[in-house]
Design a protein around this ligand. Structure first.
Ligand code: E4P
Length: 216
């Protein structure tokens, strides 16, 4: 399973790539607003220059024709850009049109296996089921990843599953076991994945003992 960062924060993306585990990025209007970004295009282009893999940028119109126009424009920003479109009735139509135009689409705000099936039939490149938001309403979000994996494998679909709305490191491991192709994670979760108190304590002891026998 690959790891993407779910942020538009340039410093965090640079650090994630430097650590080595991150090869793509997902953004959405909330993430962009959080960073106070007014020029979406230039930030996405900057991100594309940092990460080697796909970078998702979302359409922000609620009108079909405008979503298609925006999607076509966004797709031209960089060869690694994937256009993010919501799993709404209009979104499926927009995805079908964009895919016909040869554009890669990440269908977002997915909360059911039926939406994921329709996304695959529309030719979506990625589907983004939101685990954490389902957990938030007392529904097991991870079950959705298992269901989508089963549906895609049974149907021979090659739409890739991005486990999204990840809240903690256990989500990442469980999503990998469930067969997600990608997990898109907040920077904080990436930090949490690396940390263990026994690693810190063990390293401190190694350094303490080493100082007793060495001048280096
Ligand atoms: C992914 O593409 C989404 O932008 C993101 O994972 C949503 O996460 P949230 O539920 O924490 O806002």
């Amino acid at each position: 399973m690959r790891l993407f960062l779910d942020t538009a924060n340039i410093d965090m993306i640079k650090q994630g790539v430097a650590w080595g585990g991150i090869d793509g990025v997902t953004t959405n209007p909330t993430i962009v607003a959080k960073e106070g970004i007014s020029d979406y295009e230039s930030v996405i282009k900057q991100i594309c220059d940092i990460v080697p893999g796909e970078v998702s940028a979302e359409v922000t119109s609620v009108k079909k024709a405008e979503m298609i126009r925006q999607g076509k424009k966004i797709a031209k920003w960089h060869e690694n850009v994937v256009v993010k479109v919501p799993c709404t009735p209009d979104g499926f139509e927009v995805t079908t049109a964009l895919v016909k135009a040869g554009i890669k689409v990440n269908m977002t705000l997915c909360f059911t296996a039926n939406q994921a099936l329709l996304a695959a039939l529309a030719g979506a490149y990625f589907i983004s089921p939101f685990l954490g938001r389902l957990d938030d309403i007392s529904t097991n979000g991870m079950d959705l990843i298992y269901d989508i994996r089963e549906v895609y494998d049974a149907g021979g679909f090659d739409t890739q599953i991005i486990a999204a709305s990840i809240r903690h490191p256990m989500h990442v491991i469980e999503a990998a076991k469930a067969g997600a192709d990608v997990a898109t994670i907040p920077y904080k979760v990436l930090e949490q994945m690396m940390k263990h108190p026994l690693t810190d304590a063990g390293q401190a002891k190694f350094m303490e003992d080493w100082r007793k026998v060495s001048n280096t």
